[in-house]
Design a protein around this ligand. Structure first.
Ligand SMILES: *[C@@H]1O[C@H](CO)[C@@H](O)[C@H](O)[C@H]1NC(C)=O
Ligand SMILES: [Fe+2]
Length: 441
């Protein structure tokens, strides 16, 4: 027999016998050839939602005199509109960044393909705007890095039909090597230039050096999010709305106690949510509050103690975290009371608490976190240390389908899934908070 065939047969037998996925080791950081583009041409193009049907286009040029303009339109090569934006740059020890451009375009039509060109130079890009009503699909992957596994995860996300990418922290794993932010920008460009990437920060974004460099210098310059648009004073926490979902991006590495700016901002932001307009309320943050992996155990406890009551009062449907390089999910359908979904609040089962998911398994160089606390806590319904990504399809105001896709020897394999009922449809919101409820259902 061919060696390949023997291997395949052995693999099949081992899978059949053990029914346990054998996790491959971490993969090396990718080598990138240095960008060959002319210095005025755009590099590292990525887009993000900027509120009011607008999109922020971000890119880098080596040429400091390149313009921050974006021409765009709905047919290739024909641009009906033009926007002028702003630019920034930063220094980090001996490294000087290129010119980092941020230009807002729109208002744009929902669910529409636009063609655009940055600074009047280089190739044409295209993007698709998200729909303005259900259904909408989000891809979710945290702790990405830039290894062979990252490539595999990105490839799987590219194969799924999604509208917006949500990233709960730890992007490039540049870890002080600033040119690695540039290679990360190039690696994700094919995806991030065509669908909005909404990110929040992780510990790897901090990169502060006492007395020399402030934290988040690179992250804040390159990955500008709509914080001003959501009345936040920091790029480390903000919110946005898309197709019936209000999504809050929290900062695990910004102050969060009850005297902090973030706490006050969160309280005010949650108070503004109109569940008639956005029946789904999602939160992303880096450090999980519910985690039964031995890695980073207890790290989220202080933030949880400060902010969990706010999320519970606001009836948040789903909380997505990263940081732990594995997959874990709370919540399951109670076998006896099959119409009641078990969720968690304050460590206990609570039908009106959020569903918690840890999805820090994007594929970075540090590898997987495979040691778990035993026995598995009651709130934990599924846990596995494998690389992969998640998808949330919000079908309508009452139902969303969550699935987790493991990178099984480079094939995406759906390994966990669950229907999530919105808390709006579960009788968890009081009438005064949700006057229009009946008309929706
Ligand atoms: C929402 O979607 C679910 C799942 O497809 C379906 O069972 C339900 O009837 C839908 N509800 C409404 C109000 O359309
Ligand atoms: Fe992390």
């Amino acid at each position: 027999m061919e060696p390949k065939l023997v291997f395949a047969v052995l693999l099949l037998i081992s899978v059949a016998v053990s029914a346990e996925y054998v996790r491959p080791p971490p993969r090396k950081t990718l080598d990138f050839p240095w960008s060959e583009k002319p210095s005025s041409h755009p590099q590292q193009v990525h887009i993000s939602l900027a509120g009011d049907n607008r999109m922020r286009i971000s890119w880098v040029t080596d040429d400091k005199s390149a313009h921050s303009t974006v021409e765009y339109g709905t047919s290739p090569g024909k641009y009906s509109a033009k926007s002028r934006g702003e630019s920034t740059s930063y220094k980090y020890l001996f490294y000087s960044s290129g010119k980092i451009h941020h230009t807002i375009i729109g208002p744009l039509e929902p669910n529409t393909v636009y063609f655009y060109r940055c600074g009047g130079q280089g190739v044409e890009y295209q993007l698709k705007t998200p729909p303005d009503q259900f259904p909408i699909t989000f891809a979710v992957a945290g702790d990405l890095g830039q290894t062979g596994w990252t490539e595999s995860t990105l490839d799987h996300i590219d194969q799924c039909k999604y509208d917006v990418h949500l990233l709960p922290g730890d992007l490039s794993y540049a870890d002080y090597m600033q040119h690695r932010w540039d290679t990360f920008g190039e690696l994700v460009e094919p995806l991030a230039s065509s669908r909005p990437w909404m990110v929040t920060q992780g510990n790897h974004e901090k990169e502060s050096i006492p007395l020399l460099v402030d934290g988040f210098a690179s992250y804040n310059s390159r990955w500008k999010m709509p914080y001003e648009e959501s009345e936040s004073s920091s790029n480390l926490y903000y919110s946005f709305e898309v197709a019936g979902a209000h999504i809050v991006m929290l900062g695990s590495y910004a102050d969060y106690d009850e005297y902090s700016d973030q706490y006050h901002w969160l309280k005010a932001d949650l108070a503004k949510v109109d569940r008639a307009k956005t029946p789904w309320l999602l939160v992303l943050l880096h450090v999980p509050w519910y985690n039964s992996n031995k890695a980073h155990q207890g790290e989220g406890d202080d933030m949880k103690a400060a902010m969990e009551p706010l999320l519970y009062d606001a009836k948040v449907d789903l909380v997505l975290a990263g940081h732990v390089h594995a997959y874990e999910r709370s919540s399951f359908l109670n076998a006896w009371l099959f119409d009641l979904q078990k969720r968690v609040h304050n460590g206990n089962s609570d039908p009106c608490g959020p569903v918690y998911i840890t999805i820090g398994d994007g594929g970075n160089k540090e590898g997987l976190a495979s040691k778990y606390i035993d026995p598995q806590p009651k709130w934990s319904a599924f846990r596995e240390a494998s690389f992969g990504h998640g998808e949330i399809q919000i079908v309508n105001s009452t139902h969303a389908f969550w699935s987790w896709h493991r990178n099984d020897d480079d094939e995406p394999v759906r390994s966990d899934s669950i229907w999530i009922n919105s808390l709006v449809s579960s009788g968890c919101l009081s009438e005064q908070k949700f006057g229009a409820r009946k008309s929706l259902l």
